[in-house]
Design a protein around this ligand. Structure first.
Ligand code: SF4
Length: 187
């Protein structure tokens, strides 16, 4: 899959184990900085972060694991903390969705390292050369996290999953395509 390949290329490049590739080229300067930071021990790549229901760090596959994050790149410097997600494919152009993703990554970063005062979260749209970037104070993050937590609880405590048919929801759904969902909608 292309997305997986580009993520692998990014990881190898940042670690100094692979070349700058065509897929990374629009962010050449940014990747060079990440590579430099990796050498200095200030950048971490492809981290797996998991938390329990109280947002305390947990193992990836433990009894108490409640949520998981795949972190593409994480910069930890004395004066700044940045978490970055690499995106491939379409650039939705929906700033509110981008901002929510940034807030979610920033919340995870704060729970991983409660000593931070401000977290910057960035989505790098590798095919478009665009970045969605937002900064959060600890106060912001506590507030946002409460809202995320309540939404996620509804998911993790749900006992029933009624179908929500729409052209958008059904477009990629396996069950609709193989004909086992009577609610399936297409254009
Ligand atoms: S095909 Fe059925 S199960 Fe799949 S998204 Fe649509 S409504 Fe949901």
């Amino acid at each position: 899959m292309r997305g997986t390949n580009i993520h692998n290329e990014a990881e190898l490049y940042i670690k100094g184990e692979g070349p700058m590739t065509k897929g990374l080229m629009m962010f050449e300067e940014g990747f060079e900085e990440l590579q430099e930071g990796f050498k200095n021990g200030e950048v971490f790549v492809e981290e797996d972060w998991a938390f329990d229901i109280e947002w305390k760090p947990a193992g990836w596959n433990e009894e108490n694991t409640w949520c998981r994050y795949k972190i593409d790149a994480y910069i930890k410097k004395p004066d700044k903390t940045v978490v970055i997600d690499f995106k491939t494919g379409r650039y939705a152009g929906n700033e509110s969705t981008h901002e929510q993703q940034c807030a979610l990554y920033a919340s995870a970063t704060y729970n991983r390292d409660p000593s931070v005062e401000v977290v910057q979260a960035e989505l790098w749209y590798l095919d478009h050369g665009k970045i969605s970037r937002h900064s959060y104070t600890v106060e912001d993050l506590k507030e946002r996290q409460e809202a995320f937590h309540n939404r996620a609880l509804k998911l993790t405590e749900a006992k029933e999953y009624p179908a929500k048919a729409s052209v958008n929801n059904c477009r990629w759904c396996h069950f609709g395509k193989i004909g086992v969902c009577s609610e399936y909608r297409s254009i």
